[in-house]
Design a protein around this ligand. Structure first.
Ligand code: SAT
Ligand code: MN
Length: 581
């Protein structure tokens, strides 16, 4: 018997009966297990070894060309009542979904090994953490889960102590897009995913558990499961603040989480530490502040654009013990992607010979997987059982126009409206058109496991007298001028905006109050060594009244789309903004 938890044992047995694997392997997380699976993946061609001298213990995985991103149109929330899933989700009844999935899973692991991966999302000893078990027939998934979660024996022991776990069943199936579904059963704390081996579709601890299922649990239990990075900022006086920031996929969360401040800041003694780059679970502590953990233990980051200039910390962690998915390779078999450097790769992400000028060599959503411990800026606080107290929450998006560089909400309620209505241009992280503006509330559009209107009510419910809630801000690093050039330098220079935000948290600077919120006086943004013209900064911090009136009309229509469940408070806030012009 592999576990003392009867429910787990029964479930594993019933899955084996359904899927008919040749072997069942319970994953312990041991070093030998890691080595054996790497060897197996090398032997069956799923892994290729990268150059050992420059990239020890690094592997390349090239996926099926049709399986390179999350598939939102095939992702379902299966609640008993359709309205509980909300218009923000595709819905299927649990009965229909189970029938469909049981059909797909029947006998699908014949000739394969079924891996049972107990995992813990968050530090093993944290009360905020939650456990799950993923069953999969993909050794690639096991190796990614090993880097992304705390998996194996310690997680199983916690499950045996607590009795509770999320059940995730995954098979790569035939990788046929017509036989691909990602089903969530929040009421059963269960996930079933078939037909894809790609990150967010297959590493079930990540978006499926830590966001879709966890957001549902969080609403019932009074906490928040969010698509946010968490970073620590230490000022020259040694005071530490923690910031949580929500951005849609592939909008620079990893870069912001690992930011290296401009030279002058470093000399003055500013420091940024990384807690997480994608997911944040937070709850009010006894002191009324929101305390947050990163439920993950690794990074599944977008490779293209990652370079010595944009994210030196990320680059530093990618020379050892990493998995690269769908990147290109150089002549001497090093991983390569657009934006890394000016070498020309010889093989593209599909394994074909590549010559210069043939377009992108790495897939735009190619990824690296690496343990967080490899990151030079990774903070010890990320392992803290109590989490870290959050001083500021940031909502961001990718908007060429209109949205200012930074703007502060008047209060929590206004901040919830800001978060609920942020929009962003779409990226390659999801299948579908790139560059289309869509509203992406709290960057949770593809990840909220229930009705958005109920989610906003849940956010509003934290506004209680005893809570000392973070201040809320919006940011936009992506404004462009008439010639299509970025107006703000971004990356490390975003430190200047963070500094302003923290000064606001400590009441050291004021704001210019406008209808849309509090904007900085440009003089309060540190411009030392910054190459930006005064008019450009002024424009980044200006309110385009006409543009905002149009935006507000669209925002109202958007809220209306969620029907009667939309909290009145959001409409009141919207009226306040409108009345402010
Ligand atoms: O969904 S993934 O976790 O694979 C990546 C992302 O979209 O953030
Ligand atoms: Mn993400």
């Amino acid at each position: 018997m592999e576990t003392t938890n009867q429910a787990l044992l029964d479930w594993v047995n019933s899955v084996a009966e359904l899927t008919q694997p040749d072997h069942i392997q319970w994953c312990t997380g041991s070093v030998e297990e890691n080595e054996t699976l790497n060897q197996l993946l090398l032997d069956n061609g799923s892994f290729e070894k990268l150059k050992e001298e420059t990239h020890p213990n690094c592997f390349l995985h090239l996926s099926d060309a049709q399986d390179v991103a999350r598939v939102e149109h095939l992702t379902f929330i299966c609640t008993e009542k359709q309205e509980d899933a909300g218009p923000n989700n595709h819905w299927m009844s649990p009965q229909e979904a189970h029938a469909k999935m049981n059909g797909l899973f029947a006998g699908c692991m014949r000739g394969r090994t079924m891996y049972v991966i107990p995992y813990c999302m968050g530090p093993i000893d944290s009360p905020i953490s939650r456990c799950g078990v993923e069953i999969t027939d993909s050794a690639y998934v096991v190796q990614n889960m090993r880097l992304m979660t705390r998996m194996g024996t310690p997680a199983l022991q916690r499950i045996e102590r607590e009795g509770q776990f999320v059940k995730g069943l995954h098979s790569t199936g035939e990788l046929d897009p017509d036989r691909r579904f990602i089903m969530h059963f929040p009421e059963e704390l269960a996930i079933m995913s078939y037909g894809s081996g790609y990150g967010g579709n297959a590493l079930l601890g990540k978006k499926c558990h830590a966001l879709r299922i966890a957001s549902y649990q969080a609403q019932k239990e009074g906490w928040l499961a969010e698509h946010m990075l968490i970073l620590g900022v230490e000022n020259p006086q040694g005071q530490k603040h923690y910031v949580a920031a929500a951005f849609p996929s592939a909008c620079g969360k990893t870069n912001l989480a690992m930011l290296i401040p401009p030279e002058g800041y470093v000399q003055d003694g500013w420091k940024i530490t990384t807690i997480g780059d994608d997911i944040c679970w937070m709850r009010p502590g006894e002191d009324g502040r929101l305390w947050a953990i990163n439920p993950e233990a690794g990074f599944f980051g977008v490779a293209p654009g990652t370079s010595e200039a944009t994210n030196p910390n990320a680059l530093a962690m990618l020379y050892k013990d990493a998995i690269f998915t769908n990147v290109a390779t150089t002549e001497d078999n090093q991983p390569w992607w657009e934006g890394l450097d000016d070498r020309v790769p010889v093989r593209d992400w599909q394994g074909n010979a590549y010559t210069e000028g043939q377009g992108a060599a790495a897939h735009p959503n190619s990824r690296f997987t690496v343990s967080a411990k490899r990151c030079p800026s990774y903070s010890e606080e990320a392992e803290s059982a109590s989490g870290v107290p959050i001083s500021a929450i940031i909502f961001g998006g990718r908007r060429e126009n209109l949205v200012p560089l930074v703007c502060e909400a008047r209060d929590w309620q206004h901040g919830v409206l800001m978060g609920a209505t942020v929009a962003s241009e779409t990226t390659a992280a999801a299948a579908g058109a790139v560059g289309v503006v869509r509203r992406d509330p709290m960057a949770m559009k593809p990840f909220c496991g229930y009705h958005f209107a109920d989610y906003w009510s849940h956010w509003l419910s934290f506004d209680k007298a005893d809570n000392k809630l973070p201040k809320i801000f919006t940011v936009n690093w992506f404004r462009k001028d008439q010639d299509g050039r970025f107006m703000w330098p971004g990356f490390g220079e975003n430190m200047r905006v963070l500094e302003w935000i923290l000064k606001r948290c400590d009441s050291q600077v004021g704001t210019t109050d406008t209808a849309i919120g509090g904007l900085p006086d440009p003089a309060d943004i540190n411009q030392q060594d910054l190459d930006i013209q005064a008019e450009v900064l002024n424009e980044l911090l200006a309110v385009n009244v006409k543009g905002w009136e149009q935006e507000l009309t669209e925002v109202r229509e958007y809220l209306d789309g969620f029907g009667e469940r939309v909290p009145e408070a959001l409409y009141n806030e919207l009226d306040k903004v409108k009345a402010g012009f």
